[in-house]
Ligand binder design. Structure first.
Ligand SMILES: Nc1ncnc2c1ncn2[C@@H]1O[C@H](COP(=O)(O)OP(=O)(O)O)[C@@H](O)[C@H]1O
Ligand SMILES: Cc1cn([C@H]2C[C@H](O)[C@@H](COP(=O)(O)O)O2)c(=O)[nH]c1=O
Length: 215
């Protein structure tokens, strides 16, 4: 039975790496995929991992009908054994419905990879629809860690190194505190307290109690 599987997690937890491994293992057995992505950091039409691997992909646009695209490929004589979607959080809910139709009517497995929540801890619309429709939701085995050592469950956005909780939902970027707009993965406790590794280090340096001058 074909499945719609949502591999979800925070940023930087290995989703794209796993997508590339799934593609590699199936390619080695002669299976062919259509790979969709949207707004990968490496550029249009790319699926890239921080481990340095990258593969070509079909860039999803607002107007694209993913079911129609696959029917087009197959009707032109193309072979499709399964479908991979990276950065699935950026897809419209209607496009997730199209992926469910691909599973049910074209009987293809669809493996979707994406982050569930944005920097404000709110679900992305595409991820919400995946949670609603997926046959299975899988957490990545290698968890990303907060600076405190706890499992990272949330994504923080920083602007000029300072954590923010307001702004546009979509800003393509990396886990890079040096960038103007960067991201950092945190546990819920430290996301709630807006405590990034930089602000934790700064508060560790400033004494809680000011020295008393007896002089
Ligand atoms: N230099 C490195 N050596 C080993 N592993 C690395 C290195 N750089 C990144 N990684 C691994 O790659 C993961 C990020 O993979 P990636 O597929 O890009 O994440 P995601 O798609 O979830 O954002 C990190 O969690 C880490 O496990
Ligand atoms: C939290 C958050 C992230 N993004 C962007 C930043 C990256 O371009 C992608 C996530 O990619 P990854 O491969 O999972 O690291 O999403 C965003 O636009 N808005 C956010 O709130």
């Amino acid at each position: 039975m074909s499945e719609l599987v949502f591999f979800s997690g925070t940023m930087d937890c290995g989703k794209s790496t796993l997508a590339l491994q799934i593609i590699h293992n199936r390619t080695a057995r002669g299976l062919q995929s259509v790979i969709f992505t949207r707004d990968d950091r490496a550029g249009q039409g790319k699926l890239s991992s921080r481990l340095g691997l990258v593969t070509e992909a079909v860039e999803v646009t607002d107007a694209m009908d993913l079911y129609g695209h696959l029917v087009g490929v197959i009707s032109r004589g193309g072979r499709v054994d399964y479908v991979v979607v990276d950065e699935a959080q950026f897809l419209a809910p209607e496009q997730i419905d199209q992926l469910a139709r691909v599973v049910d009517e074209l009987t293809l497995d669809v493996y979707a990879f994406g982050i569930t929540t944005d920097f404000r801890t709110r679900l992305f619309p595409g991820s919400r629809r995946l949670i609603e429709l997926a046959d299975r939701i899988e957490a990545l085995q290698v968890e990303a860690l907060c600076w405190c050592g706890a499992r990272a469950t949330h994504n923080a956005r920083t602007i000029d190194g300072v954590m923010v909780v307001e702004g546009a939902q979509v800003v393509v970027g990396d886990v890079d505190r040096a960038a103007e707009v960067g991201y950092e993965v945190l546990c819920r406790r430290h996301h709630r307290r807006r405590m990034t590794s930089a602000s934790a280090a700064a508060s560790a340096l400033s004494p809680d109690v000011l020295p008393v001058n007896h002089g």
